[in-house]
Design a protein around this ligand. Sequence first.
Ligand code: DX5
Ligand code: ZN
Length: 225
Amino acid sequence: MARSIFADEATATPLVAASILSADFGALALDARRAIDAGADALHIDVMDGHFVPNLSMGPVVCSALRDHMPDVSQDVHLMISNPMDRIEQFAKAGVHHLTVHVEVLDDPRAAAGAIHDLGCTAGIACNPATDVAQMLDVIDAFDMALVMSVVPGFSGQAFMPEVLEKTRVLRDAMGPGGHIQMDGGVAPATAAACRAAGCTVLVSASALFGSDDMPGVVNTLRGG
Ligand code: DX5
Ligand code: ZN
């Protein structure tokens, strides 16, 4: 059975999380399996409510279906929703391994981390490009992972925003070498080296990965191989 890819400390080899937002939704399990067979370490599942972000995507039924088809695969769920604490239990019951919530919508980030841990999942905290990293620094010790958005969330296929690299370096200094930092948005072979150099240990990819006819090559390049 799979476990969270954030349960262990980060190592020198970056992890790759395949964002299924760019997968073929009509053949989702097959396309997700293709990414895992290509070397991706987990599925990154982007949940959007049409309110926190201007798009709708998927919910817990998709997670439980993927879990049934792929019980060996770790699910990293990114909640881009306005009321995440109302939904975490549903996702945990669907069998996901990790839940990331956005700092912009949390009244009490430490309590959020505790509630996610109580459900048996690892916990991540995310910030949008415009959000001050100081909001993350105060609470990051309560979480297993920090997610830095490198696009305005809502859609795959957008251009990487290099200005978030500075925020990433600040988080890396604060978290020490073993903490996980995930970069999400516009991560591709051309931008991955800068992410790794800034201290990212987890690279999320949707369009660069699912849009390639050489998925193993993309995974390898993202890792720095
Ligand atoms: C954006 C999502 C990302 C997105 C990444 O709102 O959080 O995970 O799917 O897509 P790419 O890799 O195409 O930028
Ligand atoms: Zn995401």
